[in-house]
Design a protein around this ligand. Structure first.
Ligand code: GLA
Length: 638
C-alpha cells in the first residue's frame, strides 16, 4: 500500500524471511477428502454497515447507533443487512496492570463506569442486538493499528504510555478475542495488518519513541520481502482463539491484509471467513474498478463461507452518490456478481432515498446472496466491456453486462456466454428494473450507457442437461496446490490513484498480489484463451502443472471427462505433465505423459458414488523455460 511508507534497507534486511508456504511432503498427494474447513458463519456474503468509509476514526456511539437505527427504519435490515461494524477509533488504551482494553467513553458513553472491568462495549452490543442486528468490532494483528500509523492528528487515537497505546492483538489474541466475543458479545471482527507493516525501527513514529519497533513481517509493496508463513500463523492464532471462545462457530472473521502475504491462497484454509484482496477503496470510478479487478480473476478461491473481499461499498459517496446513480448501480452489480460482502460505507442518517433503492434492490441482493456461493466468471472481457456470468443455485444464470468507460457502448450476449443451448428459448429478466424482457435473440446487442452495468438473469436449457462444466461451479473447487513457483503481481490491473495520496507524487497504486498465474475458470492462468494442440476451447480450467484441485461432486453425476494437455501459451515447453483423476482417494484415470506441442488427450473417469474428486497435474521433470501452463478443456461432470 503506497500510504504505508517506505522501509529502510536495515528493516528490509531484518525481514528477508522468504515467501514459501508451509507444505506437506507432497502437496500433490491426494487426501481423499475436501480439506477446506469453514471458518465462522457466513453461508452467504455478510451484509451490513461499517463506520470507516463514512466517518474514518471520527466515530461515536451516537453516530453508529443512528446508522443502526436507520438500517432498520429504512428497510435495509429487512433485506438482509445486519452487521453494524465499528471500525478503527473505538479504543482508549490497553490497561497497564492486566492488559484489558479500555473504551474511549467520551465517544462511547454507554461503556463508562463498569466497576472492575473499567469500561465495556456490552451495553452497545446489547442495543445493537435489541434492534435485531449484529455487531462487529475492529482490531489489528500487530501491536498497533492503522490509524496510529497513518491517521496522525485525527480524533480518537489511543492514549497513554507507549505500552498502553499497544491496542493490537499481538501477544493478546486469546485475551482480546475473549473480551470481544464473550464479555462484549460481538459477532464479527475485522483484523487489520498495519501492526505488521508500519512500525519498522526506522519510521519516524517509532524513532520518536511514540511506538515500539516491530521488524515488519508484511512489506506491503513486496510479497518477496513478506514473511508469509509467520503472517499466516498470527492470523491463524486469532482463529484458534475464536474457535475456543465461540465453539459453535457463530462469528465472522474478516482478514484485512489488502491482498498482501498471498492471503488469497490461505485466507479460506481454516483461517478467515473473508479476506481483502486490494488496498482501500475510495469513492472514485477507477478505484472501484481496481478493487473489483482484484477479485474478478480469483473465481476459484471463493465459495460459501470463504469470500474474496474487494472492500466495503462506497455507494452513496463521491462518484457513487445520488447524482451518479448509474455508477452506484454498477458498483452494486459488480459486488453482487462477485458474491462479495455488502458492507455499506455511507452515513445512513443523510442518505438519499434513491441510494437506498440501490442498496435495497431485492433481485440484485438475491444474486449476491445466492446459496450456491459461486463467484461470477468473466465470459468476455476487453479493456472497455465485460460479460460476467454467475450460475445460481437454481440453475439460472445471473449476467452482468459491464461498460467500464465514460462512453456509450454495446455488448452482444450469446447462448455460449451463458453455457445454454441456442436452439431452445432463453428467457431474460432485468434485475434492476424487475421485469421480464423478450427472450434472447441470436446476435442480440445490448446498449450500455456511460458507466452502466446491466444485471440480468437468463434461463434456458443448459448445454449439459444433467451435469455441469467444472468452470461453471467454481465454489465446488478448492485449489489445494496452485503450482505457482513464484508470485507475480497481475499486470492487467493497472496503476491506480492511491486513496491516501491522490496526487501524482507517488508512483501510483499497484495491486499487491492479484493472483497472476493461479488457476482460473474459462481462461489460462495468464488470461489467455485455453488452447490445446492449436485448438481453442471456450470452457475449461487453466492451471499450472504441479497443481491439485479438490472438487465436491454433485448428486446424480457419474462421469468426469476433459481434454487435457499442455497449453499452447505455456512458458515451460520441455517438461512432461501427467494428468490424474482421483475419487475419494483412489486413482481413477491418468493421461499419458504429454508436453508442449502434442495433441490433447481425452480423459474420462467413472465417478459414480464419489464425493470428492481430485484433479492432479503432475510435472515429471523441471522445466528451465518457465512455468508449464496446462488445461483441462471442456472439463465436465455428466
Ligand atoms: C486500513 C483498512 C481500512 C480501515 C483503516 C482504519 O486502511 O484497510 O479498511 O479499517 O485501516 O484505520
Amino acid at each position: 500500500m503506497q500510504r504505508r511508507s517506505l522501509l529502510s534497507a536495515t528493516a528490509i534486511a531484518a525481514c528477508l524471511l522468504g515467501a514459501s508456504r508451509p507444505v506437506s511432503a507432497d502437496p500433490l498427494a491426494p487426501t481423499g477428502r475436501w480439506t477446506l474447513v469453514a471458518t465462522g458463519r457466513a453461508k452467504t456474503p455478510p451484509m451490513g454497515w461499517a463506520s470507516w468509509n463514512a466517518f474514518g476514526t471520527d466515530i461515536s456511539e451516537t453516530r453508529i447507533l443512528a446508522s443502526a437505527k436507520a438500517m432498520v427504519e429504512d428497510g435495509l435490515a429487512a433485506v438482509g443487512y445486519r452487521y453494524v461494524n465499528v471500525d478503527d477509533g473505538w479504543w482508549l488504551r490497553r490497561r497497564a496492570d492486566d492488559g484489558r482494553l479500555q473504551v474511549r467513553t467520551t465517544v462511547f458513553p454507554s461503556a463508562a463506569k463498569r466497576g472492575r472491568e473499567g469500561t465495556s462495549l456490552r451495553p452497545f452490543t446489547d442495543t445493537i442486538h435489541g434492534l435485531g442486528l449484529q455487531a462487529g468490532i475492529y482490531s489489528d494483528i500487530g501491536r498497533n493499528a492503522c490509524s496510529q500509523a497513518y491517521a496522525d492528528g485525527t480524533p480518537n487515537l489511543p492514549e497513554g504510555t507507549q505500552a498502553e497505546r499497544e491496542v493490537g492483538l499481538l501477544g493478546h489474541a486469546r485475551q482480546d478475542v475473549t473480551l470481544f466475543f464473550s464479555d462484549w458479545n460481538f459477532d464479527y471482527v475485522k483484523v487489520d495488518g498495519c501492526g505488521l507493516s508500519a512500525f519498522a525501527g526506522t519510521q519516524s513514529r517509532v524513532m520518536s519513541g511514540r511506538y515500539r519497533a516491530f521488524a515488519p513481517l508484511v512489506v506491503d509493496t513486496s510479497f518477496n520481502r513478506t514473511n508469509i508463513p509467520a503472517t499466516r500463523a498470527l492470523y491463524a492464532e486469532v482463529q484458534t482463539a475464536l474457535k475456543a471462545v465461540r465453539p459453535a462457530g457463530d462469528y465472522v472473521y474478516s482478514i484485512c491484509l489488502w491482498g498482501a502475504a498471498n492471503v488469497r491462497s490461505w485466507g479460506g484454509e481454516d483461517v478467515g471467513t473473508m479476506w481483502r484482496t486490494s488496498n482501500d477503496i475510495d469513492p472514485t470510478w477507477g478505484r472501484m474498478l481496481h478493487n473489483y479487478d482484484s477479485v474478478a480473476t480469483r473465481d476459484l478461491y471463493a465459495g460459501p463461507g470463504r469470500l474474496n473481499d474487494p472492500d466495503m461499498l462506497e455507494i452513496g459517496n463521491g462518484f457513487f452518490d445520488a447524482q451518479h446513480l448509474t455508477q452506484a448501480r454498477a458498483h452494486m452489480s459488480l459486488w453482487a456478481i462477485m458474491a462479495a460482502p455488502l458492507i455499506i460505507g455511507t452515513d445512513l442518517t443523510k442518505v438519499d432515498p434513491t441510494i437506498l433503492d440501490v442498496l435495497r434492490a431485492p433481485e440484485v441482493i438475491a444474486v449476491d446472496q445466492d446459496s450456491g456461493g459461486n463467484q461470477g466468471v468473466r465470459a468476455y472481457n476487453d479493456d472497455e466491456r465485460e460479460i460476467v456470468v454467475k450460475i445460481l443455485a437454481d440453475g439460472r444464470r445471473a449476467v452482468a453486462l459491464v461498460n467500464r468507460t465514460a462512453m456509450p457502448t454495446a455488448v452482444t450476449l450469446t447462448s455460449e456466454h451463458l453455457k445454454l443451448r441456442a436452439d431452445t428459448p432463453i428467457a431474460l429478466r432485468d434485475l434492476w428494473a424487475r421485469r421480464d424482457l423478450a427472450p434472447l435473440k441470436p446476435g442480440q446487442s445490448f446498449a450500455l450507457a456511460p458507466f452502466e452495468t446491466r444485471l440480468l438473469s437468463a434461463s434456458g436449457s443448459p448445454l449439459l442437461p444433467h451435469g455441469h462444466y467444472l468452470s461453471q461451479e467454481p465454489s465446488r473447487i478448492h485449489v489445494a496446490a496452485d503450482g505457482l513457483a513464484a508470485l507475480e503481481a497481475d499486470p492487467m490491473i493497472h496503476r491506480m490513484i492511491d486513496p491516501y495520496n491522490p496526487g501524482t507524487t507517488s508512483d501510483g497504486n499497484r495491486p499487491i498480489y492479484a493472483g497472476w498465474g493461479a488457476p482460473r475458470a474459462d481462461s489460462t492462468p495468464y488470461g489467455e484463451t485455453i488452447r490445446l494442440g492449436n485448438v481453442a476451447y471456450r470452457y475449461g480450467l487453466g492451471i499450472l502443472a504441479n497443481s491439485r484441485l479438490e472438487v465436491t461432486i454433485k448428486n446424480g453425476v457419474h462421469k468426469f471427462s476433459a481434454r487435457v494437455g499442455v497449453d499452447d501459451s505455456t512458458r515451460g515447453k520441455t517438461a512432461r505433465t501427467v494428468f490424474e483423476v482421483w475419487g475419494d482417494g483412489r486413482r481413477l484415470a491418468a493421461s499419458r505423459p504429454t508436453r508442449f506441442g502434442e495433441q490433447s488427450q481425452f480423459l474420462t473417469a467413472d465417478i459414480t458414488g464419489i464425493t470428492v474428486a481430485e484433479l492432479v497435474a503432475r510435472q515429471l521433470e523441471p522445466d528451465t523455460t518457465g512455468n508449464v501452463v496446462v488445461g483441462r478443456a471442456d472439463a465436465q461432470f455428466d
